[in-house]
Write a protein of this length. Structure first.
Length: 305
């Protein structure tokens, strides 16, 4: 940036002049039932999808993502995709565009951006997404102040996004990003499948073989050591740490189901012994599974009054 030519301002330090278009559109919250199907579509802007509960599958040309509660997916412009609701769900969605070449180039170079729930990048984006979602008004009557707040929280979201993508953009290429997101997606999908099969069919994961990160990585035709290193480079934590976070979230959900015993929950999550699960859960939450269940029940009863 050049200095001012005026002698009066020759010692002044300038801020940049900003004259760009920041677009936000298509923002909405919706509850849909299993089987809801969008159909193949593509957009001229970026699309942000956040799953609040339930599951949906996003099919791309050569890849499929199963999104569950908390997951964030950002689809770049002109990428054809097809969305199907797998399990009754709530989701938040919007499109954005910004005519800043550097920003757009960075996002497009990162390709499809998938930040699974509980990863470092996901947690960085959550506050601004929650703030945007809270502005959704059932009357759809938005004031000028509401629109300014939308722009404010969108800016917060873009700042967090640029920080997360920029932090790692020089550390890996598109193939590496694809491998890392595939590992995260498969880890979560396999855990969900393991729990579902046990609870619906009674197939004990301890007898058929428990979920292992090494096996998942091997299916991608890369070595486990490289997969571990790559995952940590992209997501800032090891695949095992990510799996532990997922198990904690699922344990908390399952403990809200009074018909399931602690032993059944432990088995569904793949623990050899319920005592091991209880010790691990207490390290996570500071409470035993039974204490957590009793606290949640008491809280629910107080809210019902």
């Amino acid at each position: 940036m050049q200095k001012y030519q005026s002698k009066i301002l020759q010692n002044a330090i300038r801020l940049p002049a900003i004259n760009w278009n920041l677009s936000f559109f298509g923002g909405h919250f919706q509850h849909v039932n299993a089987g809801w199907h969008v159909g193949i579509e593509q957009h001229l802007a970026f699309e942000v999808i956040q799953i609040l509960s339930g599951q949906e599958r996003v099919n791309l040309h050569r890849k499929s993502y199963l999104l569950t509660a908390g997951d964030i997916l950002i689809i770049p412009p002109n990428l054809a995709h097809d969305i199907i609701c797998v399990e009754e769900m709530d989701y938040f969605n919007f499109h954005f565009d910004l005519d800043d070449a550097g920003f757009i180039r960075l996002l497009i170079e990162n390709g499809l951006i998938y930040y699974p729930n509980a990863t470092q990048q996901n947690m960085a984006l959550q506050p601004s997404l929650q703030a945007l979602n809270q502005l959704v008004d059932p009357t759809m009557d938005y004031s000028f102040e509401s629109k300014l707040l939308i722009q404010r929280y969108l800016t917060d979201f873009l700042l967090a996004l640029i920080h997360q993508t920029g932090t790692h953009s020089s550390a890996y290429n598109l193939n590496q990003l694809s491998y890392a997101s595939s590992i995260a997606s498969e880890v979560k999908e396999q855990l969900e499948l393991q729990i579902h099969i046990y609870l619906t069919e009674g197939i004990d994961p301890r007898e058929v073989g428990r979920l292992t990160i090494e096996q998942i990585i091997s299916t991608l035709q890369i070595s486990p050591s490289y997969g571990f290193e790559l995952f940590k480079s992209v997501y800032g934590e090891s695949p095992r740490a990510y799996l532990s976070k997922l198990k904690l979230q699922k344990a908390q959900q399952l403990l809200l189901m009074p018909k399931l015993s602690i032993g059944e929950i432990s088995t569904a999550l793949g623990y050899q012994e319920a005592s091991h699960f209880s010790r691990q859960f207490k390290r996570w939450c500071g409470q035993t599974p039974m204490q957590y269940r009793q606290t949640a029940k008491k809280h629910s009863q107080e809210q019902a009054k």
